[in-house]
Design a protein. Sequence first.
Length: 121
Amino acid sequence: MPSRPFLNFIRHELRLRGHSLKTEKSYLYWIKYFIRFYKLQHPQNMSAEEVRAFLSFLAVEQHVAINTQKSALNALAFLYNKLLNKPLGDLGFQHAKQGRRLRRPACLICYVTFSSSCKCT
């Protein structure tokens, strides 16, 4: 398995700052996705414009949910603001659309029986 000093550095910094294992895995996933998206360019050599384009790509092309896009944004903001000391500023990217909300049944009987004729609503 090849050594990845940059990703090991990120992992080490996340642990030093007390982030959870789930946050660590999520941040590393999005940072690796971002690096692969730009054909293995080092993030130090990229700017806020590339981050903006990546986040817009997630919303427009990949149709990710808004919270998924926020997870990617948080990972990249941590990378640039805290580790690379290159604040991103206002990105002005295309936001993902709000997820569809499902109608909740008014009562348990309506839910269990899938009754559309229930008088609860």
